[in-house]
Each structure stands twice: as C-alpha cells, then as structure tokens.
Design a protein around this ligand. Sequence first.
Ligand SMILES: Cc1ncc(COP(=O)(O)O)c(C=O)c1O
Length: 371
Amino acid sequence: MIALPQSKSVLLNMSGNLPPKVPQAFDEVYRAAVRQVLTEFEPNDLIGAHQFRGSDRDRRAGARFVARRLPEMPAAERMVVANGTQSILLMLLAGLVGRGGRVALEALSYPTLRSFADQLDFGLSPVPMDNEGALPDAFEAVCRADRPAVYYALPTLQNPTTGIMSTERRRAIAEICRRYGVIIIEDDIYSLLPQDLPPPLSTFAPELSWYVLGTAKSMAAALKVAYVVAPTAEAAAERFWPGVRATYWMCAPMNGSVVSTLIETGEADRIIDAVRAETRARQTLVTERLAGANVRTRPDCLHVWLSLPNSRPAIGFVADVRALGVEVSASSTYAMAHIPAPNAIRFGMGTPRDRASFERGLDAIGEAYLQ
Ligand SMILES: Cc1ncc(COP(=O)(O)O)c(C=O)c1O
C-alpha cells in the first residue's frame, strides 16, 4: 500500500473539525463499493453526460440517506446531489438572496458564510444567541429590522459553540420564519453522530426550507457528496440548472454512485458508527485531560468550545498553544459581521491522525490553560 506523504508542517493542526479517520471500517467497504459500481454500470454510460441534480439512482439514495433525520422519505424529485455542502450553500444563497439582500444567522457561525457574503455581496444579520443557539425574540427583532431573505440555520451541534436547539425553540424559530417569509437553509451536517436529537428545524416549516445533509462530517471529509431537499420538486429544478449560475455544484458521477452503493448496502451506517465510536473515545480523553477547564462539548461532537478566563485573551492563548506545537482557532474566526466574540477557542477531534497525537494536542492545550 502506498502511504500518502504527510504534511510538512510541524504544527499539529487541531483547528479543523474533520471526522477522525477510521480506516479499519472505511477502506474495505469503500474499495468494495468502487468495484461494485464499476461492475454494475458501464463506465462511459455513467460518466458520459452531466446529471445536473444527480442521477435518479443517486437522488433516491440521497432521499434514503436524509430520511435518517426526516419524518418521512422525501420524493426523489425534491433531492439534489452536489459535490459538498459549500456548493449547495453557494447556489442557494446566490439564487435566494442575491446582491444587496440579507442573511440572518447566529452571531457565531460557520466562517464560510462571511466569504460567501463578500463574494455575492449580501449583508449578514447576526442573531444574539444563548447555549441553544439563536434567541427567538432577538431573531424576530432582526427579521423586523433587517428583513432577511434567508436564515442560515445550524441548530444541531452548532459550529462553533456545540449548542443543540431544543424542539420548542425550533418550533418558535420556524414560526417566526413563516411570519416574516424568511426562507430557511438548514445545514444539518453534524447530525449523524448523535443518536438522540430533536427533529430538524425544516420539519417545522417544510414549505420554506432547504434541508442540507452533507457526508463530510460523518463519513469522510473529502467524500464530496452532499444532499439537499428542496421545498418542492419545481424549486429543486429551478435552482439547480446550469443557466442559474456559472458555477459547478455537481458531484462526479463516480463519487455519487459509490456513496449511493454505500447507502444501499447499509455500509454507510458502519462507517458512521465507526466515526461515532472514535469521536466518543477522543471526547473521553477531552474530559479526562481537560478536567477543570471551562469546556463545552458533547460525546458525539467533532469540536470543543473552550471558554477562557478574562486574563487570557483568546488570540494570546492561541499563540501560546501554537508555541507548544498545536494549532487551534480563536472565537473571532466565527464572529459574523464584526460582532465582539466571547473569549474562547475552538478545537477539533479529527485532524490528528491517531489518539496518541490527539492526546499530545490536548496536553498542549491543557498546559497553556494552566500557564
Ligand atoms: C457547518 C458546516 N457546513 C459545511 C461544512 C463543509 O461541508 P462540505 O465539505 O460538504 O462543503 C463545514 C466544514 O467545516 C461546516 O462546519
């Protein structure tokens, strides 16, 4: 077997929150799925033409995949298969918000939204939050004042704060969206590792919602397959066709097919189970090694939110951890529209190659915390 060259960086990167690699569960079933696809389908037939929303088979497999989280399996016509959540978000934000429009989102959120706002020239309306995420009253005030076209929702294992919005809060937020005609784009990417979650926000206002479920945080970071459920079949067809924008959201047919096979054979479950088990094992190490630190996380979460005392500003703390050979990210990375960020850092579970390197990273964080 050829080993891929490792990054030359001497720093241990714990700033990302990729799922841990689980070669013992992944490699054999992935190889088998590739073989199966190449046996079942004529390669040129599979790859010879664009499939703008994904092949019928891939959309059916996608419907089965998202049904893990939805009350019923959506019609395949409402599904779009794409090469990642980012591509789906870019297509939707360009089409649903556009230049000069506004997007509401939690005050701390997925930093890529800031890049999209710059690229597409729309404004961000940050919503004050508590441990669960967006506060309904504050969200309503933002809807009234800013009239956002879209609410980008990350209600499950919020990035970066790890919050999970309660069912009651989801219902309240959906009701406000309905009242103000705000379209929901729900990014549920962290939802497949926990097993006891409230239903997606989208289920409380399906007519307004685009429900996005990528595989990057539950199976493998670079699988490059994500699914979106559109409110209607017509909306899916309207938003994802080549005349809409000169961008490229489609996944390579080989990728889509391999993931469809993993879903159909049930092997996707085995991979997710293995990622969950390794994440839990690493989270146990967090609890042990950072006992006494102000840590916020969950056993099935790919990141940890560590609040710092006022005497240790986040930027300086990140530099101290870096001096010990480990990279973590300061809270300001996630602050939307220049709101002042709380004094905290985020670090991830999955980038260190094995538990020993992960423990080394935790020890560096713990050492800096005690300085
Ligand atoms: C909230 C959120 N959505 C999406 C992504 C990326 O998903 P993809 O690789 O499928 O584009 C990330 C990765 O960090 C993320 O944190």
